[in-house]
Design a protein around this ligand. Structure first.
Ligand SMILES: [Zn+2]
Length: 224
């Protein structure tokens, strides 16, 4: 197979087992966002960089988002990580370092959720489920999209309630708490979260605070 000119190989060292392996990256100047869905899912022209955002070790299957994959993992979480790894059943024929189709990419996100759970990072778990939902949307698998979004909502609630959320991230989390509640038909919660976003971040310059204001207006019109 000839090399896809939009992709290049970067080598990563697994912080758990030490395996060095390549993974594809999209050349940054080849990434083009065409538009966004109402939940701010980006739609790309040509190649979708979301397919390559998670790095998966081909040896032990440890998985994390690209910028943090090589970061050392605290020994506190090691027992939990080993337990996850001992229970994994990953199909042998999947090559994570090659060009990825949606199904392979979804598997990398599913693996990443397990490891972020093991590392007690519910906000990251939520983001992984959200992106899984988006990838299912791109292949028109609505049933699995909604399942992933429902998991994302539970994890965003866990993130918001039980973990430290820095002020910069809070508008994004409130936006998705509102948006996912709406998509899953929980209209009381939709109101609660969007009101919190709109009221607490009235004068904020945050992208999500601004987008949330418009989105909440349009949802209110739909709910009338
Ligand atoms: Zn590994």
């Amino acid at each position: 197979m000839s090399q896809n000119p939009l992709l290049w190989d970067k080598k990563y060292t697994c912080p758990i087992c030490g395996t060095v392996s390549p993974s594809k990256k999209v050349f940054i100047d080849k990434i083009r966002v065409k538009d966004y869905d109402e939940d701010l899912k980006p739609n790309y022209e040509g190649i979708n960089p979301m397919l390559y955002s998670v790095i998966t070790c081909p040896h032990c299957y440890y998985s994390a988002l690209e910028p943090e994959f090589e970061q050392k993992v605290s020994p506190i979480y090691m027992d939990e990580i080993k337990k996850v790894q001992s229970e994994l059943k990953v199909p042998q024929n999947i090559v994570f370092s090659a060009e990825r189709d949606h199904i392979t990419a979804i598997l990398t996100y599913a693996l990443a959720t397990l490891f972020y759970k093991a590392k007690k990072q519910p906000c990251k778990v939520a983001e992984m489920y959200l992106r899984m939902g988006w990838l299912y949307r791109e292949i028109s698998n609505t049933e699995n999209e909604l399942k992933a979004l429902a998991h994302a909502l539970v994890s965003f609630e866990d993130c918001f309630t039980n973990s430290y959320v820095d002020a910069e991230k809070e508008p994004m989390i409130l936006f998705y708490l509102g948006e996912l509640s709406f998509r899953l038909g929980k209209f009381e919660d939709t109101k609660k979260w969007f009101s919190m976003l709109v009221n607490n971040y009235r004068n904020s310059t945050s992208f999500y605070a601004k987008a949330g204001k418009d989105r909440w207006q349009s949802i209110k019109d739909q709910l009338k």
